[in-house]
Design a protein around this ligand. Structure first.
Ligand code: FES
Ligand code: FE2
Length: 441
């Protein structure tokens, strides 16, 4: 079946969704072309490739491999990972350092900025009309790529708006993440956690600001953590600090309601702002001193008081600025995706802050964590349940009708489905190719 724009539009109603969105292969393939092929997709952080010749490979959609490189002059590029000769995937390791990229098949060799350096036995092309200098014989750059404070994004759409315009008001959270470093910069640290999820990629995103599930899904682990904390002697300071990461996941409906949710164009949103479930993590005195020395007291207070929980830059990356980690979703098929967690060091902050970030990732986001696998159980059950023909519809009606339009953003209560409605407004616009047209929302 092929879906017309009209048929796609009918899958998303203002407060409910059709189950085919999650289960149909054809819809998944269209999403890859029209959402993942048009939006800005997170590629990596430039601190992953600090030296000339460093590279990192990933996929921009489920099928399109790319490589992020740092050339000899120190410039960062995002290139299609494809040999210009007969198309072989050129770089087959996940990361490393190379003087040049030499194709394994016929040995065409490319510089780390993608330009063709050498063709073996080149004289066979003499008088054939083949032009070695034709830029088509280079590794091709993706249509656009940009580096925002070290975070490298790329899009396959030459007509996409620039990255800052696309991020809109949600950009504040990236700034807040970097501003939490006394030196104003972060760097990737501690490796990556990769975790395969047997579910559609959108279920992971919908969970980020779903504040109606934590007190149910995570109830048992929160209870266990609270029981454990009650057994700790007064001087067990570090064990207490570690265990106290868990109970906020059992926060009440009222607490979540008060954090609020803010949505933006292109499907981005965050919960929190003034407060979040991370608001009460203690600030190390040495860290606070370093921040005050760098920014002064007032600005430091302002940075710490902008407190979001999860921010989504639809569709590929979600960040937790207050705990300095990000999660990246890489779709594989209609019912499989990979979620990566990357942690960041705040440059100029004490080592303990990075250790807390890594601990948080292990406790909450890893495949062996106490919280993430609870969520995955929910996503997999939804994926299974949506195969049922009992009903075609999924609702997203909580607080529908009371979202407040504030110009560049929509705001609502923290337990609202505003985040889902924001995502599906974007989904429908991308999928029916409405962005960039006169009727754009
Ligand atoms: S396919 Fe790469 S050199 Fe031939
Ligand atoms: Fe959860």
């Amino acid at each position: 079946m092929t879906y017309s724009n009209e048929a796609i539009g009918k899958l998303v109603e203002p407060a409910r969704l059709h189950r085919n969105i999650y289960t149909k292969e054809e819809i998944f393939e269209l999403e890859m072309e029209r959402i993942w092929g048009k939006a800005w997709i997170f590629i990596g952080h430039d601190s992953q490739i600090p030296n000339p010749g460093d590279y990192y490979t990933t996929n921009i959609t489920h099928k399109i491999p790319v490589v992020m490189t740092r050339d000899r002059k120190g410039e960062v590029h995002v290139l299609h990972n494809r040999c210009a000769h007969k198309g072989a995937k050129l770089v087959d390791t996940s990361c490393g350092n190379a003087r040049a990229f030499r194709c394994c098949y016929h040995g065409w060799t490319f510089s780390t900025d993608g330009s063709l350096l050498k063709i073996p036995n080149e004289k066979g092309y003499d008088n054939t009309g083949f032009d070695v200098k034709d830029p088509m014989n280079n590794m091709q750059k993706v249509a656009q790529f940009e580096n925002y404070r070290g975070f490298v994004f790329a899009t396959l759409d030459a007509n996409a708006p620039d990255l800052k315009t696309w991020m809109g008001g949600a950009l504040d959270v990236f700034d807040n993440l970097c501003d939490r470093a006394p030196e104003g910069e972060v760097e990737a640290a501690g490796g990556v956690l990769r975790y395969e999820h047997d579910c559609n990629w959108k279920l992971f995103l919908e969970n980020l600001n779903d504040t109606m599930h934590p007190m149910v899904t995570h109830q048992s682990v929160v209870q266990a953590a609270e029981d454990y904390i009650a057994t700790l002697p007064a001087d067990a300071v570090s064990q207490r600090a570690e265990a106290e990461i868990i109970p906020p996941f059992g926060a009440s409906f009222e607490e979540f309601e008060n954090t609020g949710i803010t949505g933006f164009k292109y499907g981005h949103h965050y919960d929190g702002g003034k407060s979040s479930i991370h608001s009460n993590y203690s600030v190390l005195p040495a860290y606070e001193d370093a921040m005050i020395a760098a920014y002064g007291e007032e600005r430091t207070k302002e940075i710490f008081s902008f407190n979001t929980h999860n921010t989504l830059y639809y569709p590929s990356v979600t960040i937790k600025s207050a705990v300095q980690n990000i999660r990246v979703v890489r779709p594989v098929s209609v019912n499989k995706c990979i979620v990566e967690t990357w942690s960041f060091r705040l440059k100029g902050a004490p080592e303990e802050i990075l250790q807390r970030t890594l601990l948080y990732s292990r406790l909450i986001n890893s495949s062996a964590s106490m919280v993430g696998p609870d969520d995955l159980e929910g996503y997999m059950r939804i994926q299974d349940g949506l195969e049922s023909t009992g009903s075609d519809w999924i609702e997203m009606a909580r607080q529908f009708g009371s979202d407040k339009d504030e110009g560049d953003r929509i705001v609502g209560g923290g337990t609202s489905d505003l985040d889902m409605r924001t995502q599906y407004t974007a989904w429908r616009n991308y999928m029916t190719e409405a962005y960039g047209t006169e009727g754009e929302l």
